[in-house]
Design a protein around this ligand. Structure first.
Ligand SMILES: [Zn+2]
Ligand SMILES: [Zn+2]
Length: 352
């Protein structure tokens, strides 16, 4: 019954390798998509290696990947929004109950019955869902997104996770023209945050530990770059930011950034350091500052983000790799040796 080529890992210490998995035939509301590009997200690595075992233990074999763009190949009888040949995208979620308060308000990511694109219970076939490191995927049309045709497809794939993860909190906290916005960490998430904040018309300040990233930050749309190790430079920005996005996944002193937020301003965490961050109560009390988190975005907002990217021609900066290089890419990702996201050319899977 296994009808689809894919790459999977058999265990927490196994490399990803060629395999075959089963995909269902499209049911009434399903869309079958041939995957053309799939981004490599840090959470792919975490879950392949079972590093989130306390929250969501990995079921093996795992097929990761939740940043997909492709082309519709088949549709179920009741599908109205898509037809074969259309460009389509799938992100981190493939299903939800559709009727809880979160789903009703377009926040499917908080639905108690939300199904993640990989390593979530598969209600159709049993076992777990398999992600985008594969030839095709079959998804309920409610979770399929439209891709503006002008976008470079390899660079569009990471919008489905890195893009929406940074777009959503900026929308929520009112990043618009004239606001002063900080971005901490210039990686897969951070570089998208810079592009969005710049496109919103904000004054964008990038914080980095490596002075070598300065030129690139400016190229991506930053107005200023602050080397965070320079206490003097940091001091100059005290209490001045409307909004700061903290995209650092390594341990760091967040108080240094909270102190830069203006009264009633907000700092939002989107990175996930393994250990708890120590927060000084005084940093929050002074200026009544908000400390918040954010998790991807709902389907409606993800579509808005893609449409915004189409209008402003925004995509991720990617290094395109064949799937055969994915294990090497994981090692390089852990060393931050990529500008700024790997995107797998899924045509490379055909030779397996
Ligand atoms: Zn992701
Ligand atoms: Zn729900």
């Amino acid at each position: 019954m296994n009808n689809t080529k894919a790459y999977s890992a058999a265990g927490a210490t196994s490399p990803l390798a060629s395999t075959k998995i089963n995909r269902r035939d499209p049911t009434e509301h399903d869309v079958q998509i041939e995957i053309l590009f799939c981004g490599v997200c840090h959470s792919d690595v975490h879950q392949v290696r079972n590093e989130w075992s306390s929250v969501m233990p990995t079921v093996y074999p795992i097929v990761p990947g939740h940043e997909m763009v492709g082309r519709v190949t088949r549709i179920g009888r009741a599908v109205a929004k898509y037809k074969p040949g259309d460009l389509a995208a799938v992100g981190c979620m493939v299903d939800s109950d559709g009727n809880c308060p979160h789903c009703q308000s377009g926040l499917e990511q908080f639905c108690p019955n939300m199904i993640l694109t990989f390593n979530s219970p598969d209600r159709h076939l049993g076992g777990v869902t398999y992600g985008g490191y594969s030839e095709t995927i079959v998804v309920d049309e409610r979770f399929v997104l439209r891709v503006p045709p002008n976008l470079n497809l390899a660079g569009a794939a990471p919008l489905l996770c890195a893009g929406i993860t940074t777009f959503s909190p900026m929308r929520r906290w009112g990043v618009t023209k004239g606001r002063k916005v900080g971005v901490v960490g210039l990686g897969g998430l951070g570089h998208m945050a810079v592009k969005f904040a710049h496109a919103f018309g904000a004054h964008v300040v990038v914080f980095t530990t490596s002075p070598g990233k300065k030129a690139d930050a400016l190229r991506l749309g930053a107005d200023e770059v602050v080397v965070s190790r320079d206490a003097n430079e940091m001091q100059k920005h005290t209490g001045s930011f409307d909004f700061i996005l903290d995209a650092v996944s390594a341990h760091h002193d967040i108080n240094a950034y909270i102190n830069l937020v203006r009264p009633d301003g907000t700092i939002t965490i989107v990175g996930a350091p393994e250990k708890p961050l120590a927060v000084s109560a005084f940093s929050l009390l002074i200026g009544r500052r908000n400390l918040s988190g954010s998790l991807i975005g709902g389907i409606k907002e993800t579509q808005e983000m893609l449409d915004f990217c189409g209008k402003h021609n925004i995509t991720a900066d990617v290094e395109v790799i064949p799937i055969q290089k994915v294990n090497e890419a994981y090692e390089r990702l852990l060393k931050a040796d990529v500008k700024y996201r790997f995107s797998i050319d899924m045509a490379s899977l055909k030779s397996e």
